[in-house]
Design a protein around this ligand. Structure first.
Ligand code: GLU
Length: 306
């Protein structure tokens, strides 16, 4: 059997194993577009270190990136403004709280704990919005995903309508001087980036960029400087899976970031991996995606700590 067929079989096996757990999860329901998702969808795409793509399941199905956008805004803020400007406004410590919690903004200092909780992502997005157009940010997002992706206007409108909690934390941070004055513009950028539609092939491309130290898996050109890739992967490992990041690091041992739309991007051993399964666990992580990653990490020996 060829190496390619082996990889395809591995993906199919990982999906078959994960399917058995889907009934443990539920789709997100805070906006109608997510509530309408089919919880039985499940897909995985992988790009090997040699650049070969493999997919299985519903890999052409589009879904909104949601919190995976937080990785992109962090990367681009670091690239355009530098480490000092970014980490002056946002920390790099796990919060241990759910993604939309902002209690620590009142009890533990002004700065959001990290760029992957909502408060932190709205902060990195605000830094970008003060300096660049949304189209420039979207242009960079397309490079990360290796394709012409775009926000879904319906998801965007629903995010705006449901975004009272995000709006509250943004105005609280503005009152403390963490955010500048243009709060509605920052939220607009944040919600728009959350609403970008992708499939697992796009996430695997993003994973491959991170896995290779910042290079495009198709032409080898640098998309992200290596220093920034290493910062971002460290924060993905410690904060990328909401308040389930510690358990994910222990059991799977890969830098990863999930979104409430059901996507997960992961990287390790030169592989870029994208999974999709909208049935989520209580912390907001894809039940099927986590199981697929557990299987792949074990079989490909990707766990950083094993
Ligand atoms: N748009 C979502 C929010 O900010 C993103 C949630 C997520 O994927 O964690 O509430």
């Amino acid at each position: 059997m060829s190496k390619n067929l082996d990889m395809h079989l591995l993906l199919q096996n990982s999906r078959a194993y994960a399917e058995g757990f889907l009934s443990e999860g539920e789709v997100s329901s805070y906006i109608p577009q997510l509530a309408a998702q089919n919880p039985t969808l499940l897909a995985v795409s992988i790009i090997s270190p040699d650049g070969a793509y493999h997919n299985t399941g519903n890999h052409e199905e589009f879904f909104s990136i949601q919190s995976i956008s937080k990785v992109i805004s962090l990367i681009y803020a670091l690239m355009t403004l530098g480490e000092k400007a970014v980490f002056n406004k946002v920390g790099m410590e796990p919060s241990g709280d759910p993604f939309n919690c902002f209690i620590k903004l009142e009890t533990a200092g002004e700065k959001p704990f990290n760029p992957f909780i909502n408060a932190g992502a709205i902060t990195t997005t605000s830094l970008l919005a003060n300096n660049i157009t949304f189209d420039e940010l979207l242009g960079f997002t397309c490079k990360i995903f290796g394709d012409n992706v775009a926000p879904c206007e319906t998801v965007f409108a629903e995010e705006v309508a449901a975004g009272k909690r995000n709006r509250s934390m943004a105005y609280l941070m503005q009152s403390k001087g963490v955010l500048g004055d243009d709060v509605e513009k920052y939220l607009d950028y944040y919600f728009r980036l959350c609403a970008v539609l992708v499939n697992t092939k796009h996430l695997a491309h993003m994973g491959a960029v991170l896995a290779s130290g910042g290079k495009s898996p198709t032409n080898g050109q640098e998309i992200v400087p290596p220093r920034i890739v290493s910062i971002v992967k460290a924060i993905m490992l410690t904060c990328g899976m909401y308040d389930g990041s510690g358990e994910f690091a222990v059991s799977i041992g890969l830098p990863a970031k999930s979104g409430i739309g059901g996507g997960i991007v992961a990287c390790g051993g030169g592989y870029g991996i994208g999974t999709f399964g909208p049935a989520l666990d209580a912390k907001g992580n894809s039940v099927g995606g986590i199981r697929i990653l557990r299987h792949l990490s074990e079989k490909l020996e990707l766990n950083l700590f094993a």
